[in-house]
Structures are given as structure tokens and as C-alpha cells.
Design a protein around this ligand. Structure first.
Ligand code: KG4
Ligand code: ZN
Length: 346
């Protein structure tokens, strides 16, 4: 542990996140308490294209980054000289988006002398489980060993976490990420972007047993695969269309969502059992899904940690949380290395 940081009780970290279509800045105290949390979302801009338009995203980040960082400082009533470090998402994500946040972080670091901490976006999602929101009286700190399911628009991973920064990647998706499957099936059903919330809304009005879609279990492997499921939905929709039947969108959405949730929950519970983990973290955009939250929480065997909705989708508070635990472990980063140490998913 870094002796200087270990001595301080109150560590304030400013974090910046710009890996996809959210420009975000946040300040956290000791990695767990939010002092400010600002997110400028581009969802409305990209909705008209049915997905993220990378060049537009980076242009919007350039416009938003300075005001968002300034608002985060103002909301926390802090100046740069009262901070201890700057954390920033350095990947994975859209190159033209990431560079905007990284350049802002580098500039702030150069101007203030504050140390930089590069954070992997997925590690950020994972550490959102350590954040205690003011209204979360029942918040519990995750305990090791734990199994983490990270389900976002770009990734689906099952991770065994033995301690801070000690990861074992058990499995990942072999094709589409869970969020990507939601987005693609939503497009197929003419539901709006982003697909996850649209599918959820439609599913809540439909029957989960209307269609029997496949669940890819992949034998003993901890990997996931959603392309077969997506193709099965496509085939069903085409068959119905060729029969001149109006697509029962709500039923298709509900049956699809259940198939995804079943497989995610099943594998996560099996992994926790096999590796002796009492605690489970579910994080990333798809962890906002109500059916998934309900299914993974409806048992007494494991202590399940799912961040509040505000922290499920992209934000900078989670980057500050991950940054804090790296900072207090003595980790520093000039943002020039190719990979982040001890993170198996880069
Ligand atoms: O973590 P995130 O905000 O960005 C990435 O790092 O990719 O995740 C975005 C993904 C999208 O695919 C979106 O459709 C999905 O999370 N998502 C949901 C829900 N809310 C967002 N998927 C299912 N149900 C939701 N309620
Ligand atoms: Zn994300």
C-alpha cells in the first residue's frame, strides 16, 4: 500500500467516464460515498439512428466534458486542490470517445499535479457495488470470494474475485453481449433504442411462456452465447410474418427476456456454488433489468449486490470507486501503458 495514501482518512477522487454515449464526472469520498455525480446522456441523439453513432458521440463528448467536470466540482463544493487523484476510464470503449475523457483527465492532472489512475470500464461496473448511496440504508459491502456477473452493452463476463484486484475470468460471451442481444432483438421488434428498457417494458405486458426460445448452456463451460437465441427470435418473427400474423411483440419480448435471465442466473448461481462464494455482484447496464434483479434476488443462499438503477448504466461514480481501490493499493498510471494490470478482461 502507498504509505502516503494509507495515512489519509479522507480520499477524494474525481473520475471521468466517456467510453460510449455518456459524458460523466463524479467525485467520491473514500470510494464509497458520492459527493457529486453528473451524467450528460446522448441517448436521445443516438436514438434516431437506432444505436450509437461513434463520430457524433465523440463530438458530443467534446462539447460536454468541460461543463460536466465543472458541475461535478461545483456539486461537491470542491476545488481541484482539495482532491487526491483523478481517475479516468481508459477502455474498453469507443476510441474517439475514450480519448476525450482521457485528454481531459491528463490536462487536469498536468495542471494540478494530481496523480492519474486509469480504470477499466468493466472494473468500474464491478466496483459500483461498493458505493453506498445516501438513501441505501441496507447497503452491504461485498465480501470475498465473490462471483461477479458483468452484463453490459459490449460485455458479458462471469468473474471470480478473490480479493481486491484478484480476478479470475471464468467465462465470457462467445458472440453477442447480453445487452447487445437486448438491443438487437428490440430493433427486430421495432422497439426503440436503447433496447433493454424497451424490451423490459414490452415484456411486462407479455407472456414469458408464449414462445420456447433456446437457452445455450454450453456444457460445463462458464461461457455464454446469445446468437442462437437471437436467431431463434428472428426465425419466429419471420415465420409469423410470412403467415400474415401480427407479431405479438410483448409475448416475444417476454419469452426472449426470460431466456436471457434464466441463463444468466443459472450460470451465476452454479459458479458461486462451485467456487464457494457467498456473495454475488451483478453489474453493468443489463443489471437494471427488473426481471433479472428479481430472479437473482429470489433466494436466501447468497448475498446478492446489485447497484441502484442510477449506477447500473454508465456513470463516473463507479470509475471513482474502482479508482479509489487502485489508488489505495498504490497503483498509478500515466495512461501510456497498453493494458491495466490485474484485470483479465482487457
Ligand atoms: O453498461 P452500459 O450502460 O454500457 C456499456 O458499457 O455497454 O450498458 C448498456 C446496455 C445496453 O445494451 C442496454 O440495452 C442495456 O444495457 N440495458 C438494459 C436495461 N437498461 C439498459 N438491458 C435490459 N434491461 C434494462 N432495463
Ligand atoms: Zn458500461
Amino acid at each position: 500500500m502507498n504509505p502516503k495514501s494509507a495515512k489519509k482518512n479522507n480520499i477524494r477522487i474525481l473520475a471521468i467516464e466517456s467510453s460510449c454515449d455518456e459524458t460523466a464526472a463524479a467525485i467520491l469520498l473514500n470510494g464509497t460515498h458520492i459527493l457529486s455525480n453528473q451524467v450528460a446522456s446522448q441517448i436521445e441523439l443516438h436514438a434516431q439512428y437506432g444505436g450509437v453513432f461513434p463520430e457524433m458521440a465523440s463530438r458530443e463528448h467534446i462539447l460536454a466534458i468541460y461543463p460536466v467536470v465543472q458541475e461535478a466540482l461545483q456539486q461537491a463544493h470542491l476545488g481541484l486542490d482539495e482532491l487526491d487523484a483523478i481517475a479516468v476510464t481508459r477502455g474498453p470503449g469507443l476510441a474517439g470517445s475514450l480519448v476525450v475523457g482521457m485528454n481531459m483527465a491528463k490536462a487536469l492532472s498536468l495542471g494540478s499535479g494530481l496523480p492519474l489512475i486509469g480504470v477499466n470500464h468493466l472494473e468500474g461496473h464491478l466496483y459500483s457495488a461498493w458505493i453506498k448511496m445516501d438513501d441505501q440504508e441496507d447497503h452491504k459491502t461485498p465480501e470475498f470470494p465473490l462471483v461477479a456477473l458483468i452484463v453490459s452493452g459490449g460485455h458479458t463476463s462471469l468473474i471470480l474475485m478473490k480479493d481486491h484486484h484478484e480476478y479470475e475470468n471464468l467465462g465470457s460471451t462467445l458472440d453477442d453481449a447480453a445487452g447487445e442481444a437486448f438491443d438487437k432483438v428490440a430493433r427486430l421488434l421495432n422497439l426503440s433504442y436503447p433496447g433493454g428498457p424497451s424490451i423490459q417494458k414490452a415484456a411486462e405486458r407479455g407472456s414469458a411462456t408464449a414462445f420456447e426460445f433456446p437457452r445455450a448452456r454450453l456444457g460445463d463451460s462458464w461461457d455464454f452465447s446469445f446468437s442462437g437465441l437471437k436467431t431463434a427470435v428472428l426465425r419466429e418473427v419471420k415465420n409469423l410474418q410470412s403467415d400474415g400474423v401480427i407479431i405479438p411483440v410483448n409475448d416475444v419480448a417476454a419469452s426472449f427476456q426470460t431466456a436471457v435471465v434464466d441463463i444468466l442466473v443459472e450460470k451465476t448461481f452454479s459458479a458461486a456454488e462451485q467456487f464457494g462464494a457467498q456473495h454475488i455482484i451483478v453489474a453493468g447496464g443489463v443489471s437494471a433489468n427488473r426481471a433479472l434483479r428479481k430472479a437473482i434476488s429470489s433466494q436466501n443462499q447468497f448475498q446478492v449486490h446489485i447497484p441502484p438503477l442510477k449506477l447500473c448504466t454508465d456513470n463516473a461514480a463507479m470509475i471513482a470507486a474502482a479508482g479509489y481501490f487502485r489508488f489505495t493499493n498504490g497503483y498509478r498510471d500515466n495512461l501510456e501503458m497498453d493494458v491495466i494490470p490485474n484485470w483479465p478482461l482487457v
